[in-house]
Design a protein around this ligand. Structure first.
Ligand code: LLP
Length: 408
């Protein structure tokens, strides 16, 4: 990766281990930013995709904004030294405490998703003597044509305010002295392979914005969310510059700041998961390669049946066999890949591709497995940006009941 041998990183840091390319992350972000240069815009990286401080820092240095969904993500972005006004706060279930923390920090905008949330934000802002900048996230009822678990812009999804109810809620929000109504937004889903659903959503939002202008409510920001897909296998989503170009075409000359919240398309293909083959075994007709990474490290195959390419770091000559690539966890759902034609020996190092987004970020400690180390490559050097967890970290917060007689 860049100028560093993955085998060297695996040797020094151990496996499993996530490795990210600084240049890859920067290249993807610049594609958005460059293609949007013709219009006012903010590219707010969706922190949930990969929330490592080093990733936030690299993007922050480029001038990125950040889309957060929790007080935890707020703290991370602030800890990376990013000014709070570059943060937009999304999410369907913000608590009082989260709202108060974000108000106190001075985030740039709250993306609110329901009538009750609008009232609660107004009350929290009034109580703390602040004005909350808000954008309403509407649900435009558009099919993003992606996996059902990550479709978010359909009427039946939990997200956003039904578009036909939005005008009434804007009127309520505009009437509240504790709220400053700034924008309109949506996020229709993730891993989209086409531009059309984005353009449909844009049309619906623009129509609503015009109607609101007629009501005397002027909005300066339009947030189209994130969602552009990446290639995992044979998908061919448009590059970020194509999406951005299509949006510029439709928005040029409009007095609007376009906000995007891309996550996966910034980091997804800038990272790999390194794992070593522990054992090869055969049960009946099936061959298994048991590796040292598992579903706790990379949940996407188990959760979505997602495909990640698996590539030997040093390919061997020989006749390939079909392998199930499985982890050490006690579940048959613990697989990283199925039926891959590979030539393998125990000890071989494998790179699981497209592991920069929703990989470490969704990892867990199931089976009391410490979470993997994370490394960032920068040119011909690499840096451990998160040390491997230690087992003692995992139960440090636990305790046992006081001593006493054993019940009969
Ligand atoms: N903005 C909002 C409000 C979101 O909910 C999301 C993702 C994004 C932006 C960023 O979307 P992206 O550009 O990354 O598609 N765990 C799933 C993906 C869940 C996405 C959730 N929301 C996966 O591994 O595929």
């Amino acid at each position: 990766m860049e100028g560093v041998e993955l085998e060297r990183i695996a040797h020094d840091v151990g496996t499993p281990c996530f490795v990210y390319s600084r240049a890859g992350i920067e290249h993807a972000w610049r594609q958005y930013d460059g293609a949007l240069a013709g219009i006012a815009h903010e590219v707010c990286y969706a922190v949930k995709a990969n929330s490592n401080l080093a990733v936030i820092d690299v993007l922050g240095r480029l001038g990125a904004g950040f889309d957060i969904v929790s007080a935890g993500e707020l703290e991370r972005v602030l800890a990376a030294g990013v000014p709070a006004e570059r943060i937009v706060f999304s999410g369907v279930g913000k608590s009082d405490a989260e709202m108060a923390a974000a108000l106190e920090a001075g985030v740039g905008c709250f993306n609110v998703e329901s009538a009750q949330e609008i009232r609660r934000l107004a009350a929290t802002a009034a109580r703390t003597g602040r004005t909350a900048p808000v954008s309403l996230r509407v649900n435009p009822d558009i099919d993003a044509l992606t996996h059902p678990y990550i479709t978010t812009g359909l009427r039946e999804n939990k997200f956003g305010i039904p578009i036909d109810e939005a005008r009434g809620l804007y009127a309520q929000a505009a009437a509240s002295p504790a709220l400053a109504v700034r924008g309109i937004g949506c996020h229709i889903g993730s891993q989209l392979a086409n531009i059309e659903p984005f353009l449909d959503a844009l049309e619906r939002l623009l129509a609503l914005r015009d109607a609101l202008a007629g009501d005397g409510i002027r909005l300066s920001h339009l947030n189209l969310g994130g969602g552009l897909g990446i290639r995992y296998r044979d998908e061919s989503p448009p590059p970020p510059a194509d999406l951005a170009g299509a949006l510029v075409e439709r928005l040029a000359g409009r007095d609007l700041v376009l906000v995007l919240e891309p996550g996966r398309s910034i980091v997804g293909n800038a990272g790999v998961l390194l794992t070593r083959v522990e054992y090869l075994k055969r049960n009946g007709e099936k061959r298994f390669a048991v590796v040292d990474a598992a579903m706790n490290d990379l949940l996407r195959p188990a959760l979505y049946d997602a495909w990640h390419d698996v590539v030997p770091v040093k390919p061997r000559a020989g006749a390939p066999e079909l392998y199930e690539i499985v982890g050490p966890i006690c579940e048959s759902g613990d697989f990283l890949a199925r039926a891959r034609a590979l030539v393998l020996e125990p000890g071989d190092l494998l790179a699981v591709q497209s592991a920069g987004a929703y990989a470490f970020a969704m990892s867990s400690n199931y089976n009391t497995r410490p979470r993997a180390a994370e490394v960032m490559v920068d040119g011909d050097r690499y840096h451990v940006v998160r040390r491997r967890e230690r087992v003692r970290d995992l139960f440090a917060g636990e305790s046992v009941l006081p001593a006493g007689p054993v019940p009969a």
